[in-house]
Design a protein around this ligand. Structure first.
Ligand code: ATP
Ligand code: MG
Length: 362
């Protein structure tokens, strides 16, 4: 069987640089590698509702934003199915059955969910749906028999949970589902890109993002006010690299060609770092360089977005076609699961015939 990709994003806002280096960029490369039989990219609206139940309009308005971001980075509907989670009812159906295979304490141990509960101040009032979203994610992945899930590091516990559910399902009901593998970015800093404020993760919920759709001026302003090294006060002071977000972003985005073009006094990032730690290199110069690097990456994305923005009904058509393709695949998996779980009463002619025979004989 060929390799299949499933991955996605919550429509809780526009997509940002963290999404880009953590997952989007890789998806496009994988899409264009021709090595994957099928690619499914999901806008996780049902998941977004688990912690935004009282704000459906936010989720609704962000579907188009995420879709535009997808198209603008180069996801191609001719190669990848772009679809909306809630429109595939099989996904919720699967979740209901998977819930029987997971314990409450196992969910409570999930470190990502723990951190998110804290961040949202849910404490004692955690919505059951939110608590269970790792199970629903297992449905999203297994419904498409995905072999490969390209995501950031925060998703590691979710993929592990999915693998456990698949193993349990197959052990109890017979070999039916495929165990997926996580695909993390090779470049370590891309696995969890920090926010512009230096916080551990760039995240829509933390308001510390550079969005793919930010205009040039906004990107420049955000870069210029980024967190660096609080001890680096005078230019002559030796600077520190640890936790210095500007250098982290350069690790993620800069290439030797950028130096030749924008900062020819240095051959590469190592030379720039050496000068910074020695002292004598000001933050402003480094930030200006980072701004050039980011603008170069973002300009074509922004331009493509403007093109797609001219045809919003066309973007919705792409999503609808994606939903149809996704539903077709998920319904086959669901039927296989039902057969395995012995809840396929009307499809199983043997069951009816045997029981009829039994009763005839009595
Ligand atoms: P929310 O705050 O609503 O959870 P988010 O910014 O965390 O939003 P998600 O939609 O939860 O974004 O994540 C979508 C994908 O992007 C996941 O694969 C996740 O691992 C990846 N991702 C999100 N933020 C980062 C980041 N800062 N660095 C690397 N990958 C990231
Ligand atoms: Mg998230």
């Amino acid at each position: 069987m060929g390799k299949i990709i499933l991955t996605g994003d919550r429509p809780t806002g526009k997509l940002h640089l963290g999404h880009y280096v953590g997952s989007l960029k890789r998806r496009v490369e994988l899409q264009n590698s021709g090595e994957y039989e099928k690619i499914f990219i999901m806008i996780a609206d049902a998941q977004a509702l688990t912690d935004n139940a009282d704000n459906p309009e936010k989720v609704r308005q962000n579907i188009i934003e995420v879709a535009l971001d997808y198209l603008s980075v180069g996801l191609d509907p001719a190669k990848s199915h772009l679809f909306i989670q809630s429109q595939i009812t099989e996904l919720t159906e699967m979740t209901f059955y998977f819930m029987n295979l997971v314990t409450v304490s196992r969910l409570q141990r999930n470190p990502t969910v723990k951190a998110e509960i804290q961040l949202r101040n849910f404490e004692a009032s955690i919505p059951v749906g939110f608590f269970c979203y790792p199970i629903s994610q297992a449905s999203d992945i297994t419904a498409f028999r995905a072999t490969t899930v390209p995501v950031g590091e925060d998703q590691e516990p979710m993929i592990e949970q999915t693998r456990e559910i698949v193993r349990k399902f197959n052990a109890v009901y017979g070999e039916t589902l495929v165990e997926p593998e996580i695909l993390l970015p090779d470049n370590e800093v891309c696995r969890r890109l920090p926010g512009t404020d230096g916080k551990a993760k760039m995240s829509k919920s933390l308001g510390n993002c550079i969005y793919l759709s930010d205009p040039e001026k906004v990107v420049r302003e955000k870069v210029m006010s980024m967190y660096t090294d609080p001890l680096h006060i005078k230019v002559s002071d030796p600077g520190h690299l640890e936790g210095n977000t500007v250098f982290t972003y350069l690790e993620a985005f800069s290439r030797p060609e950028h130096f030749a073009e924008y900062l020819p006094e240095y051959q590469n990032l190592q030379e720039l770092k050496d000068h910074y730690t020695r002292g004598g290199l000001g933050d402003m110069k480094v930030k200006k360089f980072l701004n050039h690097v980011l603008q170069e990456e973002l300009a074509p994305i922004r331009a493509r977005r403007h093109e797609f923005e001219k045809d919003i009904p066309g973007v919705y058509r792409i999503l609808k076609e994606g939903c149809d393709a996704a539903r077709e695949v998920a319904s086959v998996t669901m039927a296989d699961m039902k057969r395995a779980m012995k809840i396929d009463y009307f499809e199983d002619e043997n069951l009816i015939a045997e029981q009829a025979k039994q009763y005839m004989g009595e």
